[in-house]
Design a protein around this ligand. Structure first.
Ligand code: CA
Length: 505
């Protein structure tokens, strides 16, 4: 305990001590530790166990030792996936179904949502997040230390520079527990070092929940030179750096798993790995043979590499084709730990642990997907009511008016989404469209839609951590978010395409 608390500020250490006293927590090593690692924009074909050209020996070994979950669905972009993971709920009712939180937005996940970190902390777990947050960077009440994480090391916004730790629009975005830090090093390697320290310095008498949302292999495209040199034979220059970034993440991940071994806790630690959305081909990601990628609702954007390993309870070298959503993970992990989610709101997710352990499929409620980030000319929707899938794209054109594209696929028979059955299965098409309409109605009036550019006069802070405002008790989820009009969106489209080409998002 002493080694553990010396890494916190006195206030946090005191708070932790009070929590321990208040809950009467006794030494408890029977409950599983939980280690969640989430890659950022890693595609289906970017892992060795899917035949990738990228070397990912640590992930391949993890897949061999664990269960590959072949039908885990996420959202097509960062923020909605992370919101669903943390809360066990579809992000639509929070107002976060369509968009990531751009740097110039001051919204965050509403304060009346309950996070998995709070449930685990309240049940005696040590909780830590090491890496990218992307669930609110304006209000301190929406930052990790206020949302159930005892320990936070990393960045609040998305896609910071891997070496300078500046956000992609400028301003330092690197901190430890609310204290800004300037340090040298490559983002992915710093995350691994911090995770190893968390594991070795933890209180061995209590279980832990450690959440590691890697920034890799998200833009900006930066990797150590020695790794870039390994992939120079790739024809696609973007793929060279993307591969090096992914291998760096795999190496770092392997080091963390080694630490579990060294600490002799691997057997009763649940390791969960997946990507937050599909790969982005324009920066080197690959989703083949799946169709589409990040920002789209074809499976390449939402069906991701995923592994769960738990040697104490799960036989290795298995594949599990249970249809599941990222929002199922919170109740599933809570069940594995023998605790109940502390959420007051109804979860969308369900406990799928029996299906994983027994490798037996159960039916899944309809799942919904949306994104307007990356594609201002179109809003993209998806509905899966297994085995049927609706892909609906609402395209906006200043010249030709709006167009709606619809596709209906049978995923069981056509996982690559090549055969549109909408013309033959009209009743199913109508049914899934009705489900989608009902789902859209669950969104709040002022839900977040993507703003491609900041409003005039906006500038990034010089330090994102120090710019957090303290408004305890006040939910600023949507109070000041400014939207661009649709006509302005269209006029800015060409500029956006160029910006995406230059930097990605
Ligand atoms: Ca992402």
């Amino acid at each position: 305990m002493i080694r553990f608390i010396t890494r916190f500020s006195p206030n946090l250490a005191h708070a932790l001590f009070l929590v321990a006293l208040g809950t009467g927590v006794q030494a408890d090593t029977s409950r599983p530790n939980i280690l969640i690692m989430v890659a950022d924009d890693l595609g289906w074909n970017d892992v060795g166990f899917h035949g990738s050209s990228i070397a990912t020996p640590s992930l391949d070994r993890l897949a061999q030792q664990g269960v590959e979950m072949t039908r885990l669905y996420t959202n097509p972009i960062c923020t909605p996936t992370r919101a669903a993971l943390m809360t066990g709920r579809d992000p639509v009712e929070m107002g976060f179904a369509h968009s990531v939180i751009p740097p110039w937005s001051n919204v965050g996940i509403p304060l009346d949502e309950h996070f998995m970190s709070e449930t685990f902390r309240d049940n005696g777990y040590q909780t830590g997040i090491i890496g990218k947050w992307h669930l609110g960077h304006h209000n301190r009440a929406q930052a990790p230390n206020a949302r159930g994480f005892d320990f936070f090391y990393g960045n609040l916004t998305s896609g910071p520079d891997y070496y300078s730790h500046q956000s992609r629009v400028g301003g330092l975005d690197w901190q430890r527990n609310g204290i800004s830090i300037e340090e040298e090093g490559y983002n992915t390697e710093l995350i691994a070092t911090a995770a190893q320290q968390f594991l070795t310095n933890r209180d061995p008498d209590r279980p832990f929940l450690l959440y590691i949302p890697w920034n890799a292999p998200h833009t900006p495209m930066q990797a150590p030179a020695r790794l870039i040199a390994k992939y120079v034979g790739e024809l696609n220059p973007q793929r060279i750096i993307f591969s090096a970034m992914t291998e760096a993440m795999d190496t770092a991940l392997g080091e963390i798993l080694q630490t579990l071994e060294a600490q002799e806790i691997a057997d009763n630690t649940i390791v969960l790995f997946f990507s937050d959305n599909g790969g982005m081909p324009v920066v080197g990601g690959r989703n083949t043979p799946l169709r589409g990628g990040k920002g789209q609702t074809f499976d390449g954007g939402i069906r991701v590499p995923a592994i769960i390993r738990w040697p104490a309870k799960l036989a290795g070298a298995q594949q599990n084709d249970q249809v599941m959503n990222v929002y199922d993970l919170f109740p599933t992990l809570a069940a594995a730990a023998g605790i109940a989610p502390g959420s007051k709101k109804t979860l969308d997710g369900v406990n799928l642990l029996p299906s994983i352990i027994e490798n037996k499929r159960v039916s899944h409620k309809p799942m919904f997907f949306a994104a307007d980030t990356l594609t201002p000319e179109a809003v993209r929707y998806g509905v899966i009511q297994w085995p049927w899938k609706l892909v609906r794209e609402e395209h906006l054109s200043a010249d030709a008016g709006s167009k709606i594209w619809e596709f209906l696929f049978n995923l069981e028979q056509d996982p690559q989404e090549q055969h549109d059955l909408g013309g033959d299965q009209v009743e199913i098409l109508v049914e899934l469209n009705q489900l989608l309409a009902d789902w859209k109605d669950r969104a709040p009036q002022h839900e977040l839609r993507f703003n491609n550019f900041p409003h005039p006069g906006w500038a990034p802070p010089t330090d994102w951590n120090n710019a957090l405002i303290d408004t305890p008790g006040i939910d600023v989820s949507f109070s000041k978010d400014k939207r661009l009009s649709q006509s302005l969106k269209l006029r800015l489209r060409d500029k956006l395409v160029k910006w995406l080409d230059d930097s990605g998002t």
